[in-house]
Design a protein around this ligand. Structure first.
Ligand code: URA
Length: 275
């Protein structure tokens, strides 16, 4: 412990960090990133100063290689298309280096529930609890989601595919301070979500909240979209209020209940259509 700071001063310094939005401890010891960048700058200066030697003995300045143009969306599409199982898709996401969110997040939050489920829920992004536990919808909003699903006989752990759900998010990494994802982040991660849906092969999709609708329908405005079935990747998809919104606006639970009943009815009619 630093002995030249009073306890009050240390608490005040922590309060200041929290006010800035640093609400999560990511390592046991502090890391001076400025020192790291000074070292890196020094290394580069030394490399640039060292002339390249060629056979003639003449000194030549190293040729600067033009940086290949990056194509994050194209690379995401190729990586996602190459995955033939959910495990391969998780590995492809883990190896994907174009999304800055990955650097700040602790874990990759891929999915939860039964992969054979007939209902697939697509949420927005992990929050603090999900980032810690590595599973989607485990915080307060997730607990409400479980109660909502339970009210129509669905559960993420159910062994029977007709009563089970499978849950994922548009973003597998927690955005800093839970900020909204940027359009370019959604665009580069969408190919993974599309492949995720193709591999799970659910009967129905539920789009939880505005970010999910923005990504999968290209539209926001959940108050108007909710309850209206849409077509997403050839599947019926139901936009719903996000449970975090329902925690803040309990009066909207009335509409959420109506949407849950619609989901239950659609699930039943899909079951009847099955051979
Ligand atoms: N909200 C989401 O949309 N997803 C989660 O996993 C948690 C909260």
């Amino acid at each position: 412990m630093a002995n030249d700071l009073s306890t009050e001063a240390m608490i005040a310094a922590l309060d200041f960090q929290i006010a800035l939005g640093a609400d999560t401890c990511v390592a046991d010891a502090p890391l001076d990133r400025y020192a790291l960048s000074r070292e890196e700058a020094e290394r580069r200066r030394a490399a640039a100063a060292a002339p390249a030697q060629v056979g003639t003995g003449r000194q030549v300045t190293p040729a600067v290689q033009p940086k290949a143009k990056e194509d994050p969306i194209g690379e995401a599409r190729a990586a996602a298309a190459g995955a033939t199982t959910l495990e391969e898709l998780r590995a492809a996401l883990a190896a994907y280096e174009h999304c800055e969110l990955k650097k700040a997040a602790r874990t990759l939050v891929f999915s939860d529930g039964q992969p054979g489920a007939r209902v697939m829920i697509i949420g927005e992004a992990p929050g603090r609890d999900e980032d810690i536990q590595g599973k989607p919808f485990v915080g307060r909003a997730g607990q409400l989601l479980d109660r909502m699903l339970g009210a129509i006989g669905l559960a993420r752990g159910a062994p029977d595919p007709g009563s089970a759900v499978y849950i994922t998010n548009i973003l597998p990494w927690r955005p800093p301070q839970n900020r909204d994802p940027k359009p370019e982040e959604i665009a580069m991660l969408k190919p993974f979500v599309e492949r995720h849906v193709a591999l799970v092969e659910p009967d129905l999709l539920v789009l939880m909240g505005n970010i999910s609708c923005q990504a999968m329908l290209g539209r926001r405005g959940i108050t108007r979209l909710r309850g209206n079935w849409a077509d997403v990747l050839g599947l019926p998809a139901l936009p719903m209020f996000h449970p975090a919104y329902l925690l803040r606006n309990p009066a909207a639970k009335r509409e959420a209940w109506s949407d849950l009943l619609s989901l239950k009815a659609r699930l039943r009619s899909r079951a009847e259509e099955r051979p």
